[in-house]
Each structure stands twice: as C-alpha cells, then as structure tokens.
Write a protein that binds this ligand. Structure first.
Ligand code: ADP
Length: 735
C-alpha cells in the first residue's frame, strides 16, 4: 500500500471531505486526490496513473458509467470503484458489466469500502508489478534476441572472413608459386645469358628457355637491322625456315611492338595479317615483347601457341621481364663479339704488322745485300747533302774503307776525287750528280771520268742520279748510281781496233792477190807466161787470208761451243818436231829443239795442238828479232807433259799479262819484228781455248834474261772434255 494514490470523484462536498479523512485514518499511507467534476477528473487521470479511482455513479454532466468508459479508454488497467445510491442497483450491475471493479452502496459501509479499495489498490499494484515484470522480461528477451542476432552476425562475418582468408591464402600461395616459377624462368634466362657469350649458342639456349616457360609451340627472336628499317629473324624454334627472313617495319603488330615498346597479345592470328612467314601455319595465338636495352629497341621476341587465346596478361608480363634479360644478354653477347672481333682484328693487325716488319726487314736486308754486292757504285745523301749511304763499290771508287762514309758530305767527295766530264773538262758544281738529284733533276748515263786524288787511279763512269721523294713528293734526299765503264770502253776500243786491224789484215793479202792476178792476166794477154814467183806470192796471200778466216771461224766455233776435238793417242815430241819443221821451212828461222828421243803418247787432237804450237812458235818468230833463236823444250812431269817455247823478244809487260789470252787483245807497244801482217789478237785466245778443251793449260812467263816463255801443258791421262759442254771464257791462265 506504500506510495499508493487514489482519485475520489464526487459532486458531494461532504463526502469529498469525510471520506479522505476516514481513509487516512485506516490507510495512512494512502494519498487521496479529490475532484468534483468529471472532465477535471479525466484530465487528472490522463496525467497520473492512479492505483484506483472512486467515483459517484451519478454525476452532473457526465454520469459514472460514461466516466468509467472514458477512464477505461485512457487507463484500461486502473480499477474503478463506483459509489451507488439507493435504487441504483441496476446501474451498479451495468457498471460491473462495463468493467467497474466494484461498487459501494450509500451509505457507505466503511469496512467493506476500505477492504474493496485496499484489494483494488493491491490488485492494481500487483498488476503493475506483473506488467513491469512482463516488460522487463520482454526487454530481456529483446536484448537476448539482439545479442543472439549480434553473435550470429558476428559468427557469419567471422565465417565469411575465414573463407575470405582461406581464399586469400590459396590465392597468395598460387601467386607465390607462379612468382617462383617466373623467378626460376628469369633466373634460367639470366644464367643462360651469363654462361653463353657466343651469340649463336646463346640464341638457341634462350629460345629453349622461353619455350619451356611459356609452353610455346613456336618461338622466334627477331633483331633490328643496322638501319633500323627491318627486323631479321635471327633464331627460331618451330619456324626454322623463316630464319634469315627480313620483315620490314610497318604498322602491323610487330612494328607496333617495336615502336610502342610494350608486350602484345594476339588471341587469333587469323584475324591479323601474317607477321612472320609460316607463323599462321604453326600457331593460332601469339604473345610478343620488345627487346630493349638502355631505351634502345634491338628486336622482338615472339611466342606462338596452337590454341587460340592461349596467352594471358601474366604471360605477357613474364615475357616482357624475360625479354629485358634476353635483350641485355644479346647486347652483352654483341659487345663480347665486338670485343672479340676487335681483339681478333688487333691480333691479325699485329701479326700483319709483324709480318710486314719482318718482310720489310728481309727486304731491307735483301736490298742492302743487293746494293752492297752491286758492281755499280751507289751514293745516297740527305737533303743537307750529307752522305747517308755508300756501297762497297762506291767506297772502293773513292778509295775509302767500307763504312767510312759516316759524316761525309758531297763536298768532301769532291776533295777525294777529281770529276771530269766525258770530254775531259772539269765537271761544273751544278752538274755534280747528287746535287742535281737534290734539285729534283733526274739525269741518266752522264759520262764522267774520276781520278782518285790519293792514288791517281782513273775510272770512267756512267752516272745516273735522281731525287728521293717521300709520299707527299717532298725531296728527302738524292741517289746516284755509277757504272764503271772503263773496261767496257777498253773492250769497245779493242773492238774498234780489231775491226780496223781485221779489215787491214784482210785487205793487205787481198790487195797483193789482186795486184799479182792483174799482172798475171796482163802478161797472159800479151802472150807472155806466168811467173812462178807471182803465183807463189798469190799463194802466200791466200794462205794468209785462209789463216785469218780460219781464226775467225774458230772464234765463232768457240763462242757457239762447237769447237770439236778429234782426239787420238799421238806422239807429242814427233808432233812438235813436225811443227818446227813446217815453221822453220816457211820462215828460215832457227829453232833450238830440246826433245826426248822416245815417243811420249798423249791423247790429243793433233791438228788443234799443232795449231797451238804453230801460233806460239810463229809469235816467237814474229815478236823477237830475226837474229835471235827460239827454243822449244819438252818436259814430262808426274802427271803432265809440258812444251815451253822461249824467245828473246821484248817479253810481256806484267800489267798486260791478265789480258793476254783475251779475244782481240794485242799488247800495246809490241811491234812485229818479222813476218807479214800485224795479227788480230786471236791466236792466244784460240790456243787457250784448245788447251782448256784438252784439260790442259797455257801460260806465259818472262825470262829473267829477257824474252818470254809460253808453256803448254797436257795431262798424261785421258781427261778430255766432252765437246757438248759449253765453253767458258777465261781471262788468263798462269802456271
Ligand atoms: P796476234 O795475231 O796479234 O799475234 P796473238 O793472240 O797471237 O795475236 O797474240 C796477242 C798479242 O800478244 C800480240 O799482239 C802481241 O802483242 C803479244 N805477243 C804474243 N806473243 C808474244 C811474244 N812472244 N813476245 C811478245 N809479245 C807477244
């Protein structure tokens, strides 16, 4: 009952006064509000949730029943007690049906009223408690429901998160596997790049790696040509027949890859033009990537598969990464090849240079040897007219020891030798050959006579000189080559002399023959007779001519190697005797003969040895005074037989001896003492050749007491040379 509050509604002021007091006495904790008007009561009821309402059933303006209905509408659970007057029993029944809690008849039975009110208040409070508990339960249930819903939601979310995590984990694992595979592919590509520097091997290895990594049926590497106008298929698996083909860079797929520097996927190759010859026959889809090094495109790599749409974005990315490494590897290989090439070229160049240096060395040595061995003198000077080279012949010419030319100038040479022109006039400074060369003039065969100042030796030279120019044509020196023509001139003079002598020698007997013939003819015309002396004269002239002609014929035979010998075993002393007899009979000269009594047999050509003996004997007669006798002596040594013919003539000057057995050589200043004709200078030459042919010798010595001794020696054994061997011309032979 504590805190209970009730409303008393009645228009009876006394009751409104008395009843609360009575209630207070019995139920002191009860609060009683009063109201004498129905509308006011309804307002309060709306405001306060009373534990019970006590109302008179009869009220002016609104009776208790109507009030009850209105109260029910506002507070359906609040118990209402109606106070009824006398005779209002029916109304009371109605009120109970209308939902009133109880009714109390006037005069009010206080105990009943109190007990009913107390029950109503208790019921109200209980119902309020129940309501409260119901509300509490409802709230609790709602909160539980909320919690269950939340938990369920959380569980579902957790479940979803778990699934998502699982999916993410699987995906991450897949990605990790793919990434590992790719890393492996890239590692293989890198390994390949590192282990192969040879471009050919590298290309085929890289193709194999990429084919495996992208499960390709066709792989091709195309490289840009030098002008960057076309791609050339350098290597391929599956498209080998296209290797070497050039594909011009257009705006097709390949061209775009090269230009845009991005990978490219073609899902169906039948929808694009043919990219590489034969590609469509082998593949339906394609992935390709550019090969880029330091932002330079060097080519394109393509992978083709038989299935359409075989390649994904990931494949393109993988190929791009591989392409970067391949490009780098190719560039390294190219650099390596370039380095190798450069090294090879350098090596070849070095070898070539060494070879050239060796060749040059050889050539220089060869040239030096040739220059040194040349019979001609070689003089070289630098632009300042300093002598830089003199060969051996040139040094000899100047009378210098070999190698003594260092530091000499052209002017110094002028002090060692006197230079004269061919006509004997001193050579002008401007005509000195090396100086002409330094001025850029070329002169040939300038006839010069030089005389060594020190020895007085005179040499006739023909000198040619020329400038030495470098590659730009600048004069860097001069060279002069001198040919010693002293000997040539001598031979030339000899030849001239021979011609004049020969014609004279032939003309003399011819003239006498002609004269004698004319005399004989005239005599015969006049009816006279021929004189024997004339005929004998004619005969001598003919014999003389015959001898000359025979000598000339022999010369030509010797020169052509056709001087034939008919050797037989002959008695040499007998042969000597015969020759002496013939010569003495013809000349009336006396010869002292010193011959062994016994025969000495030697293999010889009797005619030719007779010719030699005759020539030497006739020379002895010819060049010695007629009153002087001539001696012929035969001596035999261990291996040869010698015949020496000694005269009392002038002898042979020592300096002339080396030339005595040469063709046409006649000792100047030796006059013919007896006999006809002056001779052609051929007899001794022919004799020398005949002796050589016999394997023998001929030489001359001056006698201590004047005159000369010519000796011929023949070998005792038969050592005669074959006639077919060509003859050698020997200048002289001395015993
Ligand atoms: P030629 O027909 O001139 O006599 P030879 O060849 O027989 O030719 O002799 C060559 C030269 O040698 C002669 O011209 C002569 O000057 C010299 N000569 C040869 N024999 C003698 C000699 N016995 N005494 C001196 N001089 C000689």
């Amino acid at each position: 009952m504590s805190g209970a509050r009730v409303l008393l509604v009645d228009d009876d002021a006394a009751l409104l006064q008395a009843l609360p007091e009575a209630l207070h006495l019995r139920l002191p904790e009860l609060v009683v509000d009063t109201c004498d008007e129905a509308l006011e009561a309804l307002r309060r009821i709306a405001e306060v949730d009373y534990d019970a309402i006590i109302s008179d059933i009869k009220m002016p303006g609104m009776d208790g029943l109507a009030l009850l209905e209105r109260v029910h509408a506002i507070r359906p659970s609040t118990p209402t007690l109606l106070i009824t007057g006398h005779g209002e029993h029916e109304l009371a029944i109605q009120a109970l049906r209308g939902g009133a809690y109880d009714f109390v008849k006037k005069p009010i039975d206080r105990d009943y009223f109190m007990a009913s009110l107390a029950r109503a208040v208790q019921m109200r409070q209980l119902s309020r408690q129940v309501e409260q508990q119901r509300l509490d339960l409802e709230r609790h249930a709602a909160s539980l429901e909320q919690k269950v819903a939340e938990r369920t939601h959380e569980l579902v979310a957790a479940n979803r998160a778990k699934d998502k995590l699982l999916r993410q984990r699987d995906q991450a694992l897949d990605e990790a596997r793919v990434a590992a595979e790719r890393l492996q592919v890239l590692q293989h590509v890198t390994d390949t790049a590192l282990t192969h520097l040879d471009l050919h091997n590298l290309l085929s290895e890289l193709l194999a790696r990429v084919q495996g990594a992208l499960r390709a049926d066709v792989v091709a590497i195309l490289l840009l040509n030098g002008a960057s106008t076309a791609l050339r298929v350098r290597a391929s698996i599956g498209l080998e027949q296209a290797v070497g083909e050039e594909i011009a860079l257009g705006m097709d797929v390949i061209g775009q890859i090269a230009e845009r520097r991005r990978p490219y996927i073609v899902d169906d190759l039948t929808e694009v033009p043919e990219l590489i010859p034969g590609l469509r026959a082998q593949a339906r889809s394609l992935v390709a990537a550019p090969l880029v090094v330091e932002s330079r495109v060097i080519g394109v790599i393509c992978c083709g598969a038989r299935a359409t749409g075989a390649y994904t974005h990931d494949d393109a990315q993988l190929l791009r990464l591989a392409a970067d490494r391949i490009a780098l590897a190719l560039d390294h290989a190219r650099l390596y090849q370039e380095v190798q090439e450069a090294m090879r070229e350098q090596r070849v160049g070095r070898l070539r240079v060494e070879e050239l240096a060796t060749q040059l060395g050889h050539q220089a040595a060869e040239l030096s040897a040739i220059i040194e061995a040349m019979a001609d003198g070689v003089f070289v000077c630098d632009p300042s007219a300093h002598i830089t080279r003199l060969n051996k012949a040139a040094s000899t010419l100047l009378g210098l020891p070999v190698g003594a030319a260092a530091g000499l100038t052209v002017a110094d040479i002028g002090e060692m030798v006197q230079l004269r022109a061919g006509d004997g006039e001193p050579l002008a400074q401007a005509d000195i050959p090396l100086l002409c060369g330094l001025r850029g003039e070329t002169r040939t065969d300038l006839l010069t006579v030089i005389t060594q100042v020190r020895t007085g030796m005179e040499v006739r030279l023909r000198i040619s000189s020329a400038p030495i120019r470098d590659q730009l044509g600048n004069i860097v020196g001069a060279v002069a080559v001198s040919r010693d023509v002293t000997e040539l001139d001598r031979l030339e003079r000899q030849k001239d002399e021979f011609l004049s002598v020969a014609s004279h020698e032939l003309k003399t007997p011819l003239t006498s023959l002609k004269g004698l013939a004319q005399i004989t003819r005239r005599r015969l015309e006049r009816g006279g007779h021929t004189e024997a002396a004339h005929l004998a004269g004619m005969e001598r002239a003919i014999v003389r001519m015959e001898l000359l002609v025979n000598d000339l014929l022999d010369i030509s035979r010797i020169e052509s190697g056709k001087l034939a010998l008919r050797t037989e075993r002959e008695d040499l002393p007998a042969l000597c005797r015969q020759v002496v007899e013939e010569q003495t009979a013809a000349t009336n000269r006396s010869v002292h003969i010193d011959l062994p009594a016994d025969a000495i047999l030697v293999d010889l050509d009797a005619d030719r040895i007779s010719q030699v003996l005759t020539n030497v004997l006739s020379n002895a007669f010819k060049y010695s005074p007629t009153d002087q006798s001539v001696t012929l002596r035969l001596r035999q040594t261990a291996d040869e037989v010698r015949v020496a013919i000694t005269d009392r003539g002038p002898g042979i000057p020592k300096a002339e001896m080396p030339y005595l057995f040469e063709r046409f050589y006649r000792v100047p200043g030796i006059d013919v003492q007896a006999g006809s004709g002056v001779g052609l200078g051929l007899g001794l030459y022919i004799s020398h050749e005949i002796m050589e042919r016999h394997g023998g010798r001929i030489w001359v010595e001056n006698n201590p007491d004047g005159g000369a001794t010519f000796t011929i020696a023949l070998p005792m054994t038969a050592r005669l040379r074959s006639v077919s061997i060509p003859l050698k011309v020997v200048n002289s032979t001395q015993g």
